[in-house]
Design a protein around this ligand. Structure first.
Ligand SMILES: Nc1ncnc2c1ncn2[C@@H]1O[C@H](COP(=O)(O)OP(=O)(O)OP(=O)(O)O)[C@@H](O)[C@H]1O
Length: 684
């Protein structure tokens, strides 16, 4: 088995390194090639700032507040967000100081840190430990630039190396890498009369999933198609495990996926939980459970608070010091205080983590030093949205317990492989096939690998969905979920016209509308300019290569008309989402709809995974004689696109281009022709 693991990690390490290099190269190409002022216009930098305040944060970090050079001026519009890694430096030509080029890919950064807050007037950056010595001139002028963030890749690489090196392996590893079957408790873990469930509202498939997960010794999968209460089920699983005195590490690939669980678990009385991770990245509703808040406000945190105050008082004195000798003395004092602070804080952190039955973090955050230092181990690792994480990422958490529970849906979009996405829009090159196979290997999630290996023995599917009208759900159920997905009675027939203030119209009484643009000459076109929107942060870096993204002006106009009609019928703008698989179309739609209806949400299909709205309008864009449909042919993307709507889905597409080749799309269009209110552009 060790040979299999060695082979597995070798392949994955190579692929992850490639992916990491791709991402660094791409953002470097952008960042190093442009002047800071140009970067500022694109939203990737802020120039001419001043450091106006410094204080101490968790881990002894220095929290630097930077504001516009002219006091009270707002910051220029920026795509910098909480959680971004940034470099800070004096602008070139401004009192050039020492060149501390630690990282060759970040040549101009003197210090690097994490953005913890961006408001209209200021940006706060947390700079690591002793690196937090601020050059004098930064109180007058300082530039903040976005840097490539490869932390997760480094952590995956570390975890994969650790996986290879383990001497005494839990049975879980044998199950995953060898041919031993997973084991389950022989006895019924929750009595047949169902009295043992904490949540009596669970449906039958949810109960079956809880039983499977609790009884597993090694691994269990919870397959949750759209709207089936996956989170609901995981909460029950965690409560059952906690009641059996198990310690549980709960993770998800994104902060949102973790905070969703933090919010729900936080409401359960008597269940001590803690959320690890940078407070800047934690949703407001979950912040009270963060390690940061708990160390700050708990009784045990009092000693830490005292020293934090002393540290902050000393830091405030530094910029006011005229003599450099005095300043140096104060810096020495700060260094000593920081050391003491870290020792005291580590004790409180240890106490807080050790006293929590449930610890929550992102998969990447599970590599946290606070966790590694904490001696107590976990009995179970639960990973939500596991089908959106690369297998290597799952191992960061999975190494920490002998039992693993994964929840997800392999019929929705897999993790984003950036090097593959970029190729989507570029001409085919030699070696393309080989590269694609590598990317596909990275795309194959641990969830899917285990499901393929063991099938229903380890996997339980949730079958009642609480989101979509039955007509909206039907194609996905039949084609992707073996016809087993059913709509709960509470949603099976719900319509927009059932909502308060919505009048009955052809639109609001139809769960499905299909506007077929075939033959109307509303052809697709390529976007002319590459960067026209700086509001999307990371994604925008990726879109530099996205010059080939497609748009369709005719479909965009039809979309706006449909939004107009829904709103005229009384549907709230905040209940409507407009989505498209193509970023160029999303940008066009935003430029046409945002000013008129700021509350209508407009985004890409990929970005809308995990979300829902009462009404969804989907613009499919592709319309060409060649019947080329590019990445529309990924049935998972289409599945996500059509399963976001609760009461009303309007599909705008050219059936002659889109429905021809792909079997899932064929089935979708057949269903639309049969069940949707079918319209043509001249009737709209
Ligand atoms: N057994 C149940 N009875 C009634 N409503 C339920 C039940 N289970 C889930 N729901 C409802 O279904 C909706 C979706 O639940 P939840 O947020 O747990 O789903 P999810 O599967 O995590 O979501 P997604 O499909 O986005 O992954 C919620 O409104 C929830 O209240």
């Amino acid at each position: 088995m060790d040979g299999t693991i060695a082979e597995f990690t070798k392949t994955h390490l190579e692929l992850i390194e490639n992916e990491r290099n791709f991402e660094i190269e791409q953002s470097q190409a952008l960042i190093s090639g442009l002047l800071p002022t140009h970067l500022q216009r694109l939203g990737f930098a802020l120039v001419g700032l001043r450091v106006t305040n410094t204080r101490t944060g968790l881990g002894g970090k220095t929290m630097m507040t930077l504001e516009a050079a002219v006091m009270g001026d707002p910051l220029p519009p920026t795509s910098l967000r909480s959680g971004d890694i940034v470099g800070l430096c004096a602008p070139s030509g401004h009192k050039p100081g020492k060149q501390a080029d630690k990282k060759d890919q970040q040549p101009t950064a003197r210090l690097s840190g994490v953005v913890t807050l961006v408001s209209e007037s200021k940006i706060v950056v947390a700079v690591g430990g002793d690196d937090g010595e601020i050059p004098e001139d930064w109180h007058e002028r300082c530039t903040v630039k976005k840097l490539a963030n490869d932390t997760t890749y480094k952590r995956i690489i570390h975890a994969l190396k650790d996986l290879t090196a383990i001497k005494e392996r839990p049975a879980l590893h044998t199950v995953l890498f060898s041919n031993i079957d997973p084991r389950f408790e022989a006895e019924t873990v929750i009595a047949d009369d169902n009295t043992g469930f904490f949540d009596s509202s669970l449906n039958e498939s949810q109960k079956a999933a809880v039983r499977l997960a609790v009884s597993a010794h090694d691994i269990a999968l919870i397959h949750g198609p759209p709207g089936t209460g996956k989170t609901h089920t995981i909460v029950e699983v965690i409560r059952q495990l906690a009641a059996r005195n198990q310690r549980i590490l709960v993770c998800g690939p994104s902060n949102v996926s973790v905070d969703n669980l933090v919010e729900r678990l936080g409401r359960i009385r008597g269940l001590p939980i803690v959320r690890l991770g940078h407070p800047a990245r934690i949703l407001p509703a979950a912040v009270a459970h963060s390690l940061d808040s708990q160390t700050k406000y708990s009784d045990a945190g009092e000693l830490v608070r005292d020293i934090r105050k002393e540290l902050d008082d000393t830091l405030v004195k530094i910029p006011k010091c005229k003599r450099s000798a005095e300043r140096r003395a104060l810096y020495d004092q700060v260094r000593e205080l920081r050391k003491e602070y870290r020792v005291r804080e580590a004790k409180v952190v240890d106490h807080t983590i050790g006293g929590s039955r449930v610890v929550l973090a992102t998969l990447s955050g599970a590599a946290s030093r606070d966790l590694a230092k904490n001696k107590s181990k976990f009995d179970v690792v639960v990973i939500d949205e596991a089908t959106q994480a690369m297998e290597g990422e799952c191992w960061i958490a999975a190494l920490q317990a002998p039992k693993l529970i994964l929840a997800g849906d392999h019929q929705q979009l897999p993790p984003t492989i950036k090097s593959m996405d970029a190729r989507e829009t570029k001409p085919k090159e030699d070696g393309e096939k080989e590269q694609r196979q590598s990317c596909e290997l990275l795309e194959t999630t641990l969830f899917e690998r285990v499901r393929t290996k063991f099938g229903d023995t380890v996997c339980c599917m949730l079958t009642t969905q609480y989101r979509m009208h039955a007509d909206i759900m039907k194609v996905s159920s039949e084609r992707l979920y073996d016809g087993r997905l059913v709509a709960d009675v509470s949603v099976a027939a719900h319509l927009l016209s059932d909502l308060e203030h919505v009048t009955a119209t052809d639109d609001t009484e139809s769960p499905l509308v299909f506007i077929d643009t075939a033959g109307s000459e509303m052809g697709e076109s390529a976007e002319s300019s590459d960067i026209s929107d700086t509001s999307t942060g990371n994604r925008q870096v990726k879109q530099l290569g996205d010059t080939d993204s497609k748009l369709n002006k005719g479909e965009a106009e039809l979309t706006l008309l449909h939004v107009d009609r829904l709103i005229a019928a009384g549907v709230l703008a905040a209940d409507i989402a407009v989505i498209s698989p193509y970023n160029a179309q999303v940008r066009l739609l935003k430029s046409m709809i945002r000013d008129k209806y700021p509350e209508v949400e407009i985004g890409s299909v990929d970005g809308f995974q995990g979300r829902e709205k009462e009404a969804v309008i989907l613009s499919m864009v592709r319309s060409n004689g060649a019947k080329e449909i590019g990445f529309l042919s990924d049935f998972r993307r289409i599945n996500v696109a059509i399963t976001r709507a609760r009461r009303h889905l309007c599909v705008i597409a050219d059936s002659e281009t889109v429905s021809v080749r792909d079997p899932f799309l064929k089935a979708l269009f057949k269903h639309l022709e049969q069940f949707a209110d079918l319209r043509y552009p001249d009737q709209v």
